[in-house]
Design a protein around this ligand. Structure first.
Ligand code: NAP
Length: 271
């Protein structure tokens, strides 16, 4: 197995990486070699945010790479191993004969600029389009048909695994990662007798496309894919769909998704 470690710069993450390497060396095994360029498995050490960084770093190798997230703080959603479980993790890597894998959906965003340029980006959590100064005005099409004219701060399109991140903070539903779907959620839409949007999140299946056609008054919008943001004033439209590509995680043990949701947001003590 070719292994890469992608860590954040925190002191605890660095200590965990050093401990992992020391413990692996002590096994004296030739089953695992380090290869940052073309790894089979990438271990992200930090938090869920670090795993987003690892995903974008290896985004052109998703067909070949499996990810593992080690959290150096609390339990994360992607980073579901904790720093005190290193021995168990090394056991799993060394005995990984059948390469057990779990796959999760990704969001594909297709951006068309007013000068005709196009780009396609994959996101693990979400894409967010916002107008920092003033109201974002955009027509939302589903399967080529006008659905609504949106006015407000912005819109996000989130994956199931991203549904517990920004999407949840703006009132989106938490989605089980086994669903091959994406969720569109509104950020502070204007709703009155004059302006109307659905006013609730909506979820589309893997055969559908949402197009957000921006009203083109040249105003700057921020466009984010996970933790990566840019400002642009020349976006014509953006389409969102479920990608045919999936992210793969090494599945060494089963983590119950709803337990993770409960422990992150509610706490184990139900009152
Ligand atoms: P950040 O602003 O430093 O941290 C965002 C927080 O979101 C961190 O606590 C991170 O967990 C957590 N997180 C990331 N992915 C998650 C997921 N799938 N489910 C639950 N929590 C998750 O930014 P960052 O670490 O670079 O992460 C970028 C993400 O921040 C974006 O993709 C977006 O989803 C999220 N975000 C959230 C808000 C909001 O909640 N109001 C606003 C903007 C962006 P760790 O501590 O484990 O890294």
């Amino acid at each position: 197995m070719k292994l890469a470690i992608y860590s954040n710069n925190g002191a605890q993450s660095k200590a965990v990486v050093a401990l992992f390497k020391e413990k692996l060396a002590a096994r004296n095994t030739d089953k695992i070699v380090f290869d940052d360029e073309h790894p089979d498995v990438v271990i992200s050490v930090g938090g869920d945010g670090t795993l987003l960084g690892a995903f974008h770093h290896y985004a052109d190798q998703l067909a070949f790479v499996r990810f593992i997230g080690v959290h150096t703080g609390h339990l994360g959603f992607y980073a579901d191993w904790q720093h005190f479980e290193i021995d168990e993790l090394i056991d799993s890597l060394v005995n990984d004969e059948d390469a057990r894998t779990v796959k999760y959906p990704l969001l594909e965003a297709h951006v068309r600029y007013t000068d005709g340029r196009e780009e396609r980006v994959l996101a693990l959590n979400e894409a967010a389009i916002k107008r920092p100064l003033g109201t974002l005005v955009a027509d939302v099409y589903i399967q080529g048909e006008l659905f609504e004219r949106f006015r407000g701060d912005g819109l996000t399109a989130s994956t199931p695994t991203g549904s517990t991140a920004y999407n949840k903070a703006i009132g989106g539903a938490v989605m089980h990662p086994s669903l091959d779907a994406i969720q569109l959620a509104e950020i502070a839409s204007i709703n009155s007798r004059v302006f109307r949007t659905l006013g609730s999140p909506l979820i589309i299946g893997n055969h559908e496309v949402i197009r957000v056609q921006l009203e083109n008054d040249g105003a700057a919008v921020t466009l984010s894919f996970d933790h990566l943001s840019k400002i642009a004033s020349n976006i014509d439209w953006i389409e969102f769909r479920v990608s045919k590509t999936k992210i793969q995680f090494a599945e060494y043990r089963h983590m119950h998704f709803w337990h993770r949701v409960q422990s992150s947001f509610i706490g184990t003590e139900v009152k």
